[in-house]
Design a protein around this ligand. Structure first.
Ligand SMILES: *Cc1c(COP(=O)(O)O)cnc(C)c1O
Length: 411
């Protein structure tokens, strides 16, 4: 490869990024490390190919090989998620949501979805996103007592407001989702139920979280979070909605699909069907639970008191820090995570009260409960300013060496 000669600046930034990923503890709940097989497929010559349309029915010639990868991706995704219909073309999770909305709604229709600061995503109806501008949105909130969804209240909101879509699925909710309760809310309004499983897709694939089908009419996801694959989006649906879903992806929202990314998605789904992937997802959850208990024992307040999935939402004001302070302090010792709003936060998004912590990426490195115990103690000691920064940084370096990443990656 001659990238270093043709564009040394870009090549150097990529090299530095590889080293950054290798040499820090990645605890951003939405991030992960795709396999070298996925990276290879995603970086291939299929990027050169126009393939508007669907396999076997394209607007361009020469699609015989890209058809093979898209057909494999669809067939495997159906198996992974037990889905009747799959479209693997959305470029991202947000675009999957846009196409999902327009396959069952028109501009001005109503979505009942989660509030951003209570665990929802921008694309769930936030005024800063297309979703809040093009649709009428009603937002449900966490129950302040249990810090979980109050299903009775959500069903009531649905009955009163008669939305066209009820949306479930979150970016910062540490508990299992009860899809049948959301189905009840959708039925109370005669609405479609859309489940956005961007965060928990890997857990769902491995049976570590309930599957949104058959309750949901449409399921959207990303492929790069717990699913650990190529960066992108997918829409799945019941077969009755197949044509509407396909049409709203292309020609309505997108032009040519990213065929190299679809090749990466095909490999992602193949990996998701293996026994070792199932074991990996189980370990993600065990690790999150182990980490949650150390943090809790040491006085950090966890939203809803713990976790059922891959992430933890912690109120760091309980140990005298703000979210931004915590993010910066931990970044300085090589632990990467993000500040996050907590429900009913009285601080602003730029410096909220919480942090979000995830275990998918560290679990990919092979870490287990024992390491979670230690890393939990390190997080606490940094937040409480107990131990010298250098000592913690040194231990981060050692852990990264003990659990290496991308050993065979050539660049
Ligand atoms: C990450 C996420 C998305 C958006 O994915 P992008 O690929 O970043 O557009 C959508 N919904 C939820 C719940 C997410 O967490």
């Amino acid at each position: 490869m001659k990238l270093d000669e043709i564009d040394p600046e870009v090549n150097k930034a990529i090299k530095n990024e590889i080293n950054r990923q290798k040499n820090q503890l990645e605890m951003i709940a939405s991030e992960n490390f795709a396999s070298e097989a996925v990276l290879k497929a995603q970086g291939c010559v299929m990027t050169n190919k126009y393939a508007e349309g669907l396999p076997g029915n394209r607007y361009y010639g020469g699609c015989e090989y890209v058809d093979i990868v898209e057909e494999l991706a669809i067939k495997r995704a159906k198996k992974v998620f037990n889905a009747e219909h799959v479209n693997v073309q959305p470029h991202s999770g947000s675009q999957a949501n846009m196409a999902a909305y327009f396959s069952v709604m028109d501009e001005g229709d109503t979505i009942l979805g989660p509030k951003l600061s209570h665990g929802g995503h921008l694309s769930h109806g936030s005024p800063y996103s297309f979703s809040g501008q093009l649709f009428n949105t009603i937002q449900y909130e966490i129950d302040p007592e249990t810090e979980r969804w109050n299903h009775d209240q959500i069903i009531e909101l649905a009955e009163e407001n008669k939305p066209d879509v009820v949306l479930t699925g979150y970016s910062a909710y540490p508990r299992e989702i009860d899809f049948s309760a959301f189905k009840e809310a959708a039925d109370a309004a005669g609405a479609y139920l859309i489940a956005d499983i961007a965060h928990i897709a890997g857990l769902v694939a491995a049976g570590e979280h309930e599957n949104p089908f058959p309750e949901a009419d449409i399921v959207t996801t990303t492929t790069h979070k717990t699913l650990r694959g190529a960066r992108g989006g997918v829409i799945m649906s019941k077969k009755e909605l197949a044509e509407d879903v396909d049409f709203s992806v292309f020609p309505w929202m997108q032009g040519g699909p990213l065929m190299h990314v679809i090749a990466g998605k095909a490999v992602t789904f193949k990996e998701a069907l293996t026994q070792s992937f199932e074991e990996y997802q189980k370990q993600i959850v065990r690790n999150a639970k182990a980490l949650a208990s150390v943090l809790k024992e040491n006085g950090l307040k966890l939203m809803s008191g713990g976790t059922d999935n891959h992430l933890i939402l912690a109120d760091v004001t309980s140990v005298g820090r703000t979210g931004k302070e915590a993010e910066d302090l931990l970044h300085d010792v090589g632990i990467t995570l993000n500040k996050n709003m907590i429900p009913f936060d009285d601080r602003k998004a730029e410096d909220p009260s919480g942090i979000r912590i995830g275990t998918p990426a560290l679990t990919t490195r092979g870490m287990k409960e024992e390491e979670m115990q230690e890393i939990g103690e390190m997080i606490i000691s940094v937040l409480k300013g107990k131990e010298s920064k250098n000592k913690v940084s040194e231990r981060v370096e050692e852990l990264c060496e003990e659990f290496p990443l991308y050993e065979d990656l050539e660049w």
